[in-house]
Write a protein that binds this ligand. Structure first.
Ligand code: TYD
Ligand code: MG
Length: 465
């Protein structure tokens, strides 16, 4: 006789314990432990991949592989993030705040893919008439291809249809609004999301259907529902940006078929999302070169180098604790650079308020922003504008030494391509001592200590140039 056992499973992180607890010790969420009867386990949930009937294991050399086939969506930004196109049969999750443009992006991708594949667009949030109107606005005069729309929020019915028909790609907008009648809970509840996602995955893997699932995010920016969702999918795409700013950034936080450090930049216009092919032009303000405190930074996001603008404003403060207001970079980074400048360059900020901003609202996490940040602080302190055609790149160590950053060569090439006159960059350890040649007239000035930047910025008077 099978002994009946009960265990408690966290609906957020799937942590399992034999005893009920108010708070999950794994993820720290309250009231997420749900009672589960271990003998009730659906067979299908455990059969995502068909194992060979007669062997529990196989020698690695005997496993048959096929090169993962990729389909290009026609959106270079989107394809690059996924590592060169949509992998056939992959299960992808796209998340973001409401109104950021998830549905718009999915519709545009569906429209493009329908030219090559049979696509089903499930919109459980909007009526198909609404979707059709949006399609017409986005598509303009171009045709729709093999694109089918559905409004079915009952996932079991949808899966039955998927079994009958041969669809190549399914878009599900959104996982929070579909439900399965055989599962307890309202649509959007943790148990429904989990079960629907698993069932959809099971059907998709068996029928080799590529799936894009839209997932909402919570107030904290986490994907609403169980963590399991992120563990289960092949890629997690995050669509972010300020709705008030014109552009959106698409990031990949998980990718089983490629790198995760790529970003894609889009602008939202009246006729949908458009790709930004030259981000360097996009993130620079118009009045650079006439105001102090602005410095151009070469940054690398994934494999893509571009220019951004760091703006600093250093003003005297009456406050006992001067203000440090930072947007676009980590406030800890600013505190560290200020401390280094105090210690190594004798520039004191303790009586000054400091405001730092990355123009255009981009968030920069790479340490290569250190040197541009220091240059913009110098420029603001000395009240000397920096020339527009100068750019900075490099990480600063606690001793004030300037360190090499990954991808420096790619960034310098981009700087030369953009026609900058001077790029201040760290020495390259790997170089043979001979300065590399870059096309154009760009002068690369190698910096080994932050004090050298002070000399360069302090000796700059743009009005004499
Ligand atoms: P939407 O894709 O519905 O966002 P989400 O699915 O992430 O909630 O659209 C977001 C916003 O984009 C919406 O407020 C209107 C705007 N928008 C445009 O500016 N231009 C367009 O062509 C479309 C379709 C939407
Ligand atoms: Mg939507």
């Amino acid at each position: 006789m099978v002994k009946k056992r009960t265990s408690y499973v966290c609906s957020n992180c799937s942590y399992t314990t034999p005893k009920w607890m108010g708070r999950c010790p794994e993820c720290g969420e309250w009231n997420t432990l749900e009672e589960k009867d271990e003998t009730v386990v659906t067979e299908q949930n455990h059969r995502l991949f068909q194992s060979s009937p007669d062997a529990v294991y196989t020698h690695i050399s005997e496993v048959e592989t096929t090169d993962s086939e990729r389909v290009k969506t026609g959106y270079k930004e989107f394809d690059r993030i996924l590592g060169g196109g949509v992998v056939k049969g992959s299960y992808n999750l796209i998340s973001g705040h409401p109104g950021i443009g998830k549905s718009t992006l999915m519709l545009q991708i569906a429209l493009e893919l329908s030219k090559q594949c049979k696509v089903l667009y499930l919109s459980a949030e909007e009526s198909i008439t609404q979707v059709k109107i949006r399609f017409e606005r986005l598509a303009g005069k171009q045709g729709c291809g093999r694109l089918f729309l559905s409004n079915e929020s009952n996932l079991d019915k949808l899966r039955a249809k998927l079994e009958e028909e041969d669809f190549d790609i399914l878009f599900c907008d959104s996982i929070q609004s579909v439900y399965s009648p055989s599962v307890l809970g309202i649509p959007g509840s943790v148990s429904q999301i989990k079960e629907c996602a698993v069932r959809l995955l099971e059907t998709a893997k068996r029928k080799d259907i590529t799936v894009f699932v839209v997932g909402h995010v919570t107030k904290n920016g986490e994907i609403a529902g169980p963590m399991l969702l992120e563990h289960m999918v092949d890629s997690v795409l995050i669509f972010e940006g300020d709705s008030s700013l014109g552009y959106r950034v698409l990031r990949c936080s998980k990718n089983r078929f490629g790198a995760t450090d790529e970003i894609g930049i889009f602008t939202m216009t009246s006729n949908g999302l458009h790709e930004v092919e030259n981000p360097s032009q996009f993130f620079l303000s118009d009045n650079l070169g006439t105001i102090s405190g602005s410095a151009r930074a070469l940054v690398l996001e994934g494999t893509r180098p571009f220019l951004v603008e760091v703006q600093s404003l250093v003003t005297s403060s009456n406050l006992p604790q001067p203000r440090r207001v930072v947007t676009g970079i980590d406030s800890g980074r600013l505190a560290m650079i200020c401390a280094i400048l105090e210690k190594r360059c004798d520039i004191y900020f303790s009586n000054f308020d400091i405001f730092v901003n990355i123009a255009g609202g981009l968030k920069i996490k790479t340490p290569s922003i250190d040197m541009p940040l220091a240059a913009s602080l110098f420029s603001s302190v000395f009240n000397l504008p920096l020339p527009v055609d100068w750019a900075f790149v490099g990480e600063i160590g606690l001793g004030g030494e300037v360190r090499e950053v990954p991808g420096l060569d790619i960034m310098l090439k981009e700087g030369a391509r953009l026609g900058l006159s001077k790029i201040f960059a760290p020495h390259e350890r790997s170089s043979s001592g001979k300065e590399k040649k870059y096309p154009g007239k760009t002068e690369i000035i190698r910096i080994s200590h932050i004090d050298e930047i002070r000399e360069h910025t302090a000796s700059t008077n743009i009005f004499d140039r």
